[in-house]
Design a binder for this molecule. Structure first.
Ligand code: PLP
Length: 446
């Protein structure tokens, strides 16, 4: 495998960009990342001409793969050539907002922004203003972007910022509980219920190995919020328009959050974020209310066109059937491989997301297989060994991913997410052949 061009680019990048990249995870692999030249279908080609099956898919946004179907490509070109943006509202923003509010019942109004981070920052500000309270409950191991409120380590009220540069007292308002632990959530509400503005939760922990919710977990959070006048905020930046298709994870799990944050897929591969929710809460954003929210690029016409056409294409074609069925094939194949070669490892995921988590323990003899990856069903023979929260994932052999596993998969032409924690994604551009080749590569590497 030739790698000179990527190595040279990385050397140059290190001189002019901190760590050589514009987002940390891209450089998680040593000694250097490969630089991508272009993509097609479910593949990327790097600067040295090496071709990889791509399961990173931009870290989630590329539901349709690297080749934009004709209606999406034409809409992007049309809106780019109309003039990139205007600092005034455009018709396409209204159309996209109408699409989302039509398909996601809890979303009566939406505000588009430019990233998932911006969405969670604004949602937390809105929840605090609406309730007149400061405290925010998050899950240990969840990720909500570069948000000073949620970048915390620790447990309960004993949390501190996870990055230098965030004042310690910011973390005083954040409470971290383990995902899937009903009792921990109940205890926190018992003690702090009157001060809690919101619970901010990914419906599925998608940045921490993929952990699905246990039965009734989100119902518990929702009931606690209702009983204490707090808001339930679903962070669907990853799961939105992926898990559960057009109804999103909240539809799949039957939950009606007060607010939802979106990103990734709703921008069709262009920078995006959004906050959606009940009109009585959303109207508090400026200019109809007094909770400050603004952005030069918000509702960018090219992004709106790409997002709306992507979702319209998904609504009118077999996109979700295709990606979910390949996801199922991958998880089933990986479950068989792990049962045979590494029974201590956990195959996790749902719909079009998958990951092998390097847990340290498993049954000696997996009599029958996992029922459906890691859906936290107590009837599954592997249930006791599956990670239930971020701590369980972190306790695995996480370093093995970077040191041994990822480089071996790359050598075989398979591009996986750069650490043990990030999810992997199936797109409409992937084929059964991609799945078979990938399973063969896993077999070799494991
Ligand atoms: N929320 C979740 C659940 C995410 O996965 C991410 C990013 O991966 C974010 C928020 C932040 O989004 P962005 O990277 O667009 O700022």
């Amino acid at each position: 495998m030739h790698e000179e061009n990527s190595r040279n680019l990385y050397d140059r990048a290190l001189s002019v960009m901190p760590g050589g990249v514009n987002s940390s995870v891209r450089a998680a692999i040593e000694p250097y990342p490969f630089f991508v030249e272009r993509g097609d279908g479910g593949h990327v080609v790097d600067a040295d001409g090496n071709r990889y099956i791509d399961w990173v898919m931009g870290l989630g946004p590329l539901l349709l793969g690297h080749d934009l179907p004709q209606p999406v490509a034409s809409a992007v070109q049309k809106h780019a050539s109309n003039g990139p943006m205007f600092g005034a509202p455009t018709p396409i923003e209204v159309e996209h907002a109408e699409f989302v509010t039509r398909h996601v019942p809890s979303v009566e109004m939406i505000r588009f922004v430019n990233s998932g981070t911006e969405a969670t920052v604004s949602a937390v500000r809105l929840a605090r203003a609406y309730t007149g309270r400061d405290k925010v409950v998050v899950m240990q191991g969840s990720y909500h972007g570069a948000n000073d409120t949620t970048l915390v380590e620790g447990e309960g009220t004993h949390v501190h910022p996870s990055s230098p540069g965030i004042p310690d007292d910011f973390a005083e308002h954040t409470i971290a509980v383990p995902f899937n632990d009903h009792e921990a959530a109940q205890n926190v509400f018992e003690e702090h219920g009157d001060d809690i503005a919101c619970v901010l939760v990914e419906p599925v922990l998608a940045n921490y190995g993929i952990v699905t919710p246990a039965d009734e977990y989100h119902e518990t959070l929702s009931d606690l919020c209702d009983d204490h006048g707090s808001l339930l905020v679903f962070d669907e930046v990853i799961t939105g328009f992926r898990v559960g298709g057009l109804q999103c994870a909240q539809g799949e799990f039957g939950i009606d959050p007060d607010l939802t944050t979106f990103g990734k897929i709703i921008g069709g591969g262009f920078p995006v974020g959004a906050i959606g929710g009940k009109a009585k809460i959303m109207r508090n954003f400026t200019p109809s209310g007094d909770v400050f929210q603004a952005g030069t690029f918000s509702g960018h016409p090219v992004t709106m066109a790409a997002g709306l056409e992507t979702l319209t294409f998904a609504a009118e074609n077999d996109v979700y059937d295709h990606v979910n069925s390949l996801g199922e094939q991958l998880r089933r194949g990986l479950t068989e491989i792990c049962a045979d070669q590494a029974p201590e490892y956990t195959v996790a995921g749902l719909d079009s997301m998958f990951k092998v988590i390097f847990t340290r323990d498993g049954p000696d003899d997996l009599d029958g297989q996992c029922e459906a990856g890691c859906r936290q069903r107590t009837s599954c023979p592997r249930y006791d060994y599956c990670p239930k929260n971020g701590g369980d994932v972190a306790a695995g052999e996480t370093d093995r991913w970077r040191r041994v596993f990822w480089p071996q998969m790359k050598e075989q032409g398979v591009f996986l997410s750069q650490n043990q924690f990030e999810s992997q994604f199936v797109s409409y551009g992937h084929t059964e052949e991609d799945v078979e080749e990938t399973l063969e590569a896993y077999k070799q590497a494991l």
